[in-house]
Design a protein around this ligand. Structure first.
Ligand SMILES: N[C@@H](CCC(=O)N[C@@H](CS)C(=O)NCC(=O)O)C(=O)O
Length: 261
């Protein structure tokens, strides 16, 4: 039987939560680069014991070396796997421009998602339970039922979630703030087809993809809003072939619908 804590000697392991937006970035990097890897859906109650480095998800472990932090992990993957599709081009200026967009994704778009999902009112309760359902179905060992039931309350009190919600744009109602972010992302596509008007996807495309796709695929309330932005949907369709492969960016056990493609 496979040990729950010992990573494979060789090979690549992604320590993740199914609904972590930062881990989902890295999952998409790995799929795009066609790297053979194993996701390890960590139990939030055992982070200290099971995570090889630090206290935050994601962590990638390659042949015994572990690193945290989604964007630095992306750069490391390009270094370690230079012959598979590159996340960033060589040109310094182009890299810089793409990393700035990734920075907006990590520090504006993702904090906004922590406000949108769960959201407010009844959505807060139902999406809060959805979060605990997904966590319980995917994390090793699952979650006790009491914790699952209390998740909508717990999530409000988790320090890193509070921090991210505080830096989100709180000046607008949730739905309007979400559409503002959609439009700001669409602006960053430039003339398309991919981010910054590039002909092929790069690191920020892969960082952004799950921020729209993950909530939709797992059936969060309010996630259908993406269908109201045709340019966003066209870009999601274009991205589809680049994030295929296994293990899928959303585990089958919690996928309730496919994105139109
Ligand atoms: N800058 C990090 C942020 C990672 C992060 O905030 N991860 C969350 C899960 S989505 C986490 O593990 N939080 C637990 C904590 O901060 O204690 C990255 O880009 O990977």
């Amino acid at each position: 039987m496979e040990s729950t804590t010992t990573p494979p000697k060789d090979g690549v392991r992604l320590y993740t939560y199914a609904m972590s937006p930062y881990a989902a970035k890295v999952h998409c990097f790995l799929l795009y680069k066609q790297i053979d890897f194993e996701p390890y859906y960590i139990n939030p109650l055992r982070v200290k014991k099971e995570l090889p480095v630090g206290r935050q998800i994601p962590v990638v472990r390659i042949e015994g070396e572990s690193r945290a932090d989604s964007t630095p992990i992306g750069l490391w993957l390009d270094e370690r796997f230079p012959d598979s599709p590159r996340l960033l081009p060589e040109d310094r200026k182009e890299r810089q421009a793409l990393l700035e967009i990734d920075d907006w994704i990590s520090n504006t778009l993702i904090p906004g998602s922590f406000r949108s999902y769960p959201g407010e009112g009844i959505n807060h309760i139902l999406n809060g339970w959805k979060l605990s359902y997904v966590m319980s179905k995917t994390a090793r060992g699952g979650l006790p039922i009491v914790l699952r039931a209390a998740w909508p309350l717990i999530i409000k009190r988790v320090a890193f979630v509070r921090k991210l919600v505080a830096i989100a744009d709180n000046g607008l109602p949730v739905r309007e703030a979400k559409f503002k972010l959609y439009d700001e992302f669409i602006e960053r596509l430039g003339s398309g087809p991919f981010v910054a008007g590039r002909a092929t996807p790069s690191l920020p495309d892969l960082s952004a993809y799950p921020q729209f796709a993950l909530y939709y695929a797992t059936g969060f309330r309010g996630s259908e809003d993406i269908l109201e932005r045709p340019r966003l949907m066209e870009w999601l369709r274009r991205m589809h072939p680049y994030v295929q492969g296994t293990p899928a960016w959303v585990p089958d056990v919690v996928r309730v619908r496919e994105l139109p493609h």
